[in-house]
Ligand binder design. Structure first.
Ligand code: ADP
Length: 459
């Protein structure tokens, strides 16, 4: 099995060329042989015509002496292969000295025309052609026959036959070498591309292939490869940012826990002080475990490892439960929580994830709305799905922050979010859950006039 593409291409090219050459040579040989034979036939036909005219002239001049007229006419043809027949008997044949075959045939001249041709042909290696003219003189019919040997034609064709194979072989050899060099030359950009691609790793993903001027197919390949690199670069960059952000987020609670433990252990303290330290440590541990949970969920989602546990449930019940679970938080912040639902909105999806989505939205709305504000949630059945809305009377989101709000670790109001215990992951989880149900999340918000998050999920 030949693995070199250049060699494979050259071999295919040569195979094709060989077939074409064989067809071409056969065709050429046929055409040349036909043309040469036709030329001989034409010469013979014109000789027969001339000889017939001469015979008639001589016949007149010789006052009907058939034998003399034939001999004279044939002699005037000067060595051409011509015979005159009367009643199946040869009267004269030209220059038997030059054409001993005619003397032989003349001696046994009882043959018919085809018989005569066969006999004449036997004297020629490549056969002969004949042309017969019938002339009437003195009330009798005579045959004037001109013959032409095919020996010369045969010799030409033999020469051609001998010349064709080496010519074809030489051309094939040249075509093979030429084809190999040409493919090597034309594939050079591919080799360059391979060596450039080999030098690209995660450390220099910003590098792009440059193959200069090359065939369209190769530039398209290089372009596609470069686009792939851009996508990889972007996703690597995203991953790097994610790891950096995650480490950064993990650092704060860990340093709080360590700091608190250090202080508590530095000297003997009252049990109230220990309790206070432990409460802080517990609080930060909870925060830490929430962050780790979120990170784990997003990492699993990225890796495509999350299998939706789809089942039938009532979204109305789900929303009611979620509102109940955040009711305490709302009350603590003096926020009025209102929810509205169509009767029984059935839905098929992952109930646990959708509960998470709803709680995240409600939690944000409550956390970012100042005391005395209002948060309202509703679920409506649509023709093709369901629509969940969570609105608040909070500060809204600045227009410049809106495009980034669903990005990981993005916080529109950093100080406030951190203070509220947020990591900037809540909305990216909401977006991922909506998208994994083939739905969309939309935000409509004006600064100072609250925000409304709408999740539309197809049935
Ligand atoms: P976080 O954990 O910080 O709340 P999210 O991804 O849930 O992260 O939200 C991203 C940012 O969007 C928040 O930091 C906050 O600034 C802004 N945000 C989210 N929901 C609201 C809302 N209802 N009102 C105002 N701002 C919001």
């Amino acid at each position: 099995m030949i693995r070199s593409f250049r060699l494979q291409l050259t071999i295919w090219y040569l195979a094709l060329f060989s077939v074409l050459f064989i067809v071409f040579s056969t065709f050429l040989y046929g055409v040349v042989s036909m043309a040469l034979r036709r030329q001989v036939e034409q010469t013979v036909a014109s000789e027969a015509g001339i000889a017939a005219g001469l015979f008639l002239d001589e016949y007149q001049e010789m006052h009907g002496d058939v034998s003399k007229a034939a001999t004279e006419a044939v002699a005037e043809m000067q060595g051409n292969l011509v015979a005159v027949f009367a009643d199946r008997t040869m009267l004269a044949a030209s220059s038997p000295g030059e054409h001993p075959e005619l003397a032989d045939v003349a001696a046994r001249s009882s043959g018919t025309e085809p018989q005569l041709l066969i006999e004449i042909s036997q004297y020629h290696r490549y056969g002969a052609v004949a042309n017969v003219r019938r002339v009437q003189a003195g009330g009798r019919e005579f045959l004037v026959i001109a013959f032409g040997s095919l020996d010369e034609v045969g010799r030409h064709l033999d020469a051609l036959k001998a010349a064709l194979p080496p010519a074809v072989l030489l051309t094939l050899a040249l075509a093979g070498i030429g084809g190999y060099l040409l493919t090597s030359f034309k594939l050079r950009p591919l080799v360059r591309m391979a060596s450039q691609a080999r030098s690209i790793s995660e450390k220099n993903l910003e590098t792009r292939l440059d193959i200069g001027r090359a065939a369209e197919e190769l530039t398209t390949l290089a372009q596609s490869f470069n686009e792939l690199l851009s996508r990889l670069d972007l996703s690597f960059e995203g991953m790097r940012r994610f790891v950096a952000d995650a480490s950064h987020e993990l650092r704060t609670p860990i340093s709080v826990i360590r700091g608190e433990a250090d202080v508590a252990l530095s000297h003997d303290r009252s049990s109230a002080e220990y309790r206070e330290s432990l409460a802080i440590i517990l609080d930060e541990s909870r925060r830490l475990s929430r962050l780790v949970d979120d990170l784990l969920n997003l990492a699993r989602a990225d890796a495509g490892h999350v299998q939706l546990q789809v089942k039938e449930f009532y979204f109305t019940d789900l929303l009611a439960e979620c509102c109940r679970s955040v009711q305490a938080l709302a009350a603590a912040r003096r926020i009025e929580l209102e929810y509205r639902a169509d009767d029984d909105v059935p839905f098929r999806g992952d109930e646990v994830l959708l509960r998470r989505l709803t709680v995240n939205l409600l939690d944000n709305a409550i956390r970012y709305t100042p005391a005395g504000g209002k948060v309202s949630a509703s679920i409506e059945a649509e023709e093709h799905g369901v629509r969940l809305r969570v609105g608040d009377t909070g500060p809204g989101i600045a227009p410049e922050a809106v495009p980034h709000i669903f990005e990981r670790f993005y916080r529109a109001d950093k100080a406030r979010s951190r203070e509220e215990g947020g990591f900037g992951l809540g909305l990216s989880i909401v977006k991922w859950i909506a998208e994994s149900h083939h739905g969309v999340v939309e935000l409509s918000s004006q600064p100072l006039s609250g925000s409304i998050f709408t999740v539309t999920l197809p049935r």
